[in-house]
Design a protein around this ligand. Structure first.
Ligand code: MRU
Length: 334
């Protein structure tokens, strides 16, 4: 399994997810500003991976001379608005920092570095636990459809939705995967297809608009996706196009599962209507890898996420178990 992000003596190293699968390149961030830019430009992406990167960014900033802790946190928090794991990672580091009050700078910097490394290690363990809880839900001998990339690349390792798929395969289930290509950033085509291919898990790549066709034809046994933020009532923000997949799944009587760590829950928001949705550059829509495909000057919208109402969600698979409706109760208990 590929290393998404690592702390080294040279800095924070990330695999460059904008280059995969054609080039396997690594980026070394030596300052917290470089970590912030890596998150913004999606060198690293996926909610849990962004949370780990934010924690490492804070720790890295504290290794730099004359940088204010609050400034580091503010810059990192301004990178991407939707995945709540970003803010969760920063908040965790703030709590640690507060607990270290009065200690010499070198001791604080060392403790924050250790905390960031712990966040990374825990994330891998959390994904494995999500996998264990979710594996039982995957029907044997069937095809799992997934959207975007909620895999090892989107976490510190193993993945959430792809963690469920990996665990199902490891438990002996004979399953294969349909991966939506996930326009416009193509996380499904570039990252999910690549990741699963590396693991030898049979994967078929489809364009997003093919999902309904295969569901109606009886080809899909269940859907498993990740999440960027889950409101208290179980509404789920995830990659744009997830809502369409969920509606199609319900229409076709196919279970629709969301796999996410507890750190993706935002119980401060009553419903998904309050989740901020990132709007990204129009060029992601008008161009394909730098080649214009639309007429100059056309109006464009590019929301990076949508919100799936809880009524379409069969279950939310977390490291602490599977939440079912009514989510306002079950998520709070978890
Ligand atoms: O814009 P991205 O690539 O960061 O969006 C990623 C997703 O929407 C994932 O499905 C989500 O973060 C879950 S990752 C385990």
């Amino acid at each position: 399994m590929v290393e998404t992000i690592e702390w080294t003596s040279a800095g924070v190293i990330m695999i460059d997810q904008t280059k995969l699968p054609r080039q396997t390149e690594f980026v070394t961030c030596r300052t917290y500003e470089e970590v912030a830019e890596a998150i913004r430009s999606m060198i690293i992406r996926g909610a849990p991976a962004i949370g780990v990167a934010a924690a490492m960014g804070v720790a890295l900033g504290m290794q730099q001379a004359d940088v204010e802790f609050e400034k580091i946190c503010t810059v990192l928090a301004a990178t991407r608005p939707t995945a709540v794991n970003l803010f969760w990672g920063i908040e965790r580091m703030k709590r640690k920092y507060a607990a270290l009050a009065g200690q010499p700078h070198a001791a604080v910097a060392a403790a924050l570095k250790a905390e960031a490394m712990l966040v990374r290690e825990e994330d891998i363990e959390i994904c494995r636990a999500i996998g264990r809880h979710g594996a039982a839900l995957v029907p044997d001998g069937r095809t799992v459809l997934t959207h975007c990339n909620a895999g090892a690349l989107a976490t510190a390792g193993y993945g959430t939705a792809l963690g469920v798929i990996r665990a199902a395969v490891e438990s002996g289930k004979r399953i294969d995967v349909f991966a939506d290509e996930t326009r416009p950033f193509l996380q499904g085509a570039r990252l999910t297809a690549w990741e699963l291919q590396q693991d030898g898990i049979a994967t078929t790549l489809i364009t997003d608009n093919m999902a309904g066709h295969f569901m109606k034809a009886g080809r899909i046994g269940c859907v498993v996706v990740g999440a960027d933020r889950i409101a208290a009532n179980g509404d789920v923000a995830n990659k744009i196009g997830t809502y369409s997949v969920a509606v199609l799944a319900k229409e076709n009587g196919i279970p629709f599962y969301v796999a996410a760590p507890i750190s993706t829950l935002d119980l401060t928001l009553a419903t998904g209507d309050q989740i901020p949705i990132e709007e990204r550059s129009a060029r992601e829509v008008t161009e394909v890898f730098g080649v214009p495909v639309a007429p100059d000057g056309v109006a464009v919208q590019n929301p990076a996420f949508d919100v799936t109402p809880n009524r379409y969600v069969t279950g939310i698979i977390t490291e602490r178990g599977v939440a079912r409706a009514p989510y306002t109760d079950s998520l709070r208990v978890l």
